[in-house]
Write a protein that binds this ligand. Structure first.
Ligand code: HAM
Length: 416
């Protein structure tokens, strides 16, 4: 136990740091270009925020939350998703009183869900999310999808298609619920227990069931797109026009309903090409009532969340991982222990000049220092000591060409 991380969690080891940092840098670049500023919210919130925000009938709330009582007997939950916390911060920070839309992003928010761990499904994962508050037009979803595709394209993840749907609003969704229930009728009795439970509480989610027999039954169910009110229909049509204008490939998929209750109108997902079937790389949509439901003024909003581990998984599956940068450009070796201090001092001077440098910290022989320099990928080695040092110089060897030069010790960092 002592040497094993909890099930469903993963360390980011130093050899993978460059991958995370590369992805993070792209996320920051895209967010800045689209005018989104960073928000950081606590890892835990009052449980009630998620009960109200995410919805009592969702798997997340019913089965997956890490909830505990703190020492003050408050019910606390580790963030099972990023949107509710962002909304809480928007309301608590009175951001609705500032210029709207208010655009924010969160970077590698740790998210906790008690799920069955498997490839791409973790109990702790990290999300990048962009949330826009105060824009009711479909251009908000269009720009969010545009940002996503730019991010993924910038990472080399091409040929991804957005699955798009509209799940209507408070006006038209109840009509669809009824149409779906009418269609299911007696068939519901042969469906799985989860679908039977959802039939009364949240029939839309029946469309999302992964059980083969249920999938077969819902295949011919009426489409929500046929039940949309005029406003939702127009919103959805405008969004598609904007995506076409941006040359973003998408497919309308009435089976995308999302696993969180707050969505209205637009929902979308990007499905991973490689890896497990049906695993989403990203998910998002519009949530026009959540701010109000969480105690703020009525504010239309939309956003998305994308899992960093799944991005990295997709990069790996497509052999798109960039090589790790070297940790050391110049290794300063010392001949004998009495030269170790001079080597150490030169190393510091090189670093001050912005050169990635290192020296021996283990009392190694010169031969062992050479071996180590090679192992860490140093490009050059500086040898401090011997006759050269008596002459006030050091030797510099290029480890690739094997060329050697003698340069003065006093301004070696200028010449290297
Ligand atoms: P979500 O679809 O539940 O949406 O999660 C968003 C993304 O997080 C997924 O597409 C996936 O990349 C990643 N993810 C989810 N669960 C796991 C897991 N167990 N292991 C690894 N990665 C995972 C939301 O959370 C919404 N808050 C998105 C949103 C933001 N909607 C509007 N704004």
């Amino acid at each position: 136990m002592l040497t094993q991380a909890p099930k469903g969690t993963r360390d980011m080891l130093p050899q993978d740091a460059h991958l995370w940092q590369m992805v993070e840098q792209k996320m920051r670049e895209v967010a800045a270009l689209w005018g989104y500023r960073e928000v950081r919210t606590p890892v835990f919130e009052h449980t009630e925020l998620f009960l109200r925000g995410v919805g009592g009938t969702t798997d997340i709330v019913q089965k997956e939350m890490y909830t505990f009582q703190d020492k003050g007997e408050r019910s606390i939950t580790l963030k099972p998703e990023g949107t509710a916390g962002a909304v809480r911060a928007f309301v608590e920070g009175h951001l609705y009183a500032e210029a709207l839309p208010c655009k924010m992003y969160y970077l590698n928010n740790p998210i906790f869900r008690y799920e069955n761990p498997q490839a791409g499904r973790l109990r702790e994962h990290h999300q990048f999310g962009m949330e826009c508050f105060g824009g009711k037009e479909p251009s908000v979803e269009a720009e969010l999808i545009g940002a996503l595709m730019t991010l993924l394209g910038g990472l080399g993840l091409e040929n991804l298609s957005v699955h798009l749907n509209s799940i209507g609003c408070r006006e038209c969704r109840p009509k669809y619920h009824q149409a779906l229930k009418d269609y299911l009728g007696e068939k519901i009795n042969s469906m799985c227990p989860t679908c039977r439970e959802r039939f009364e509480k949240n029939p839309l989610r029946i469309l999302d069931c992964k059980e083969e027999k249920c999938k077969e039954i819902v295949k011919n169910a009426p489409s929500i797109l046929d039940c949309l009110c005029d406003e939702c229909k127009e919103h959805f049509a405008k969004l598609q026009t904007l995506l076409q204008a941006m040359n973003i490939p998408f497919q309308v998929d009435p089976h995308i309903v999302r696993g969180l209750d707050y969505y209205t109108k637009t929902v979308f997902e990007i499905i991973m090409q490689s890896g497990r079937e049906g695993l989403a790389l990203c998910g998002g949509g519009r949530y026009d009532h959540l701010v109000e439901e969480l105690g703020g003024p009525a504010t239309p909003a939309a956003g998305f969340g994308i899992g960093t581990e799944r991005i990295l998984m997709e990069l790996k599956n497509r052999n798109l991982e960039p090589a790790a940068p070297g940790v050391c450009d110049v290794y300063v070796a010392s001949i004998g222990q009495d030269m170790a201090e001079n080597a150490f001092v030169l190393t510091q001077r090189l670093r001050q000049k912005g050169i990635k440098a290192d020296c021996d910290h283990s009392g190694r022989s010169l031969k062992a220092q050479f071996k180590f320099a090679d192992k860490i990928g140093a490009k050059r080695i500086v040898i401090v000591g011997g006759d050269e040092f008596l002459r006030g110089t050091v030797r510099v060897r290029d480890l690739q060409t094997r060329e050697e030069k003698e340069i003065p010790f006093d301004n070696a960092e200028e010449l290297i």
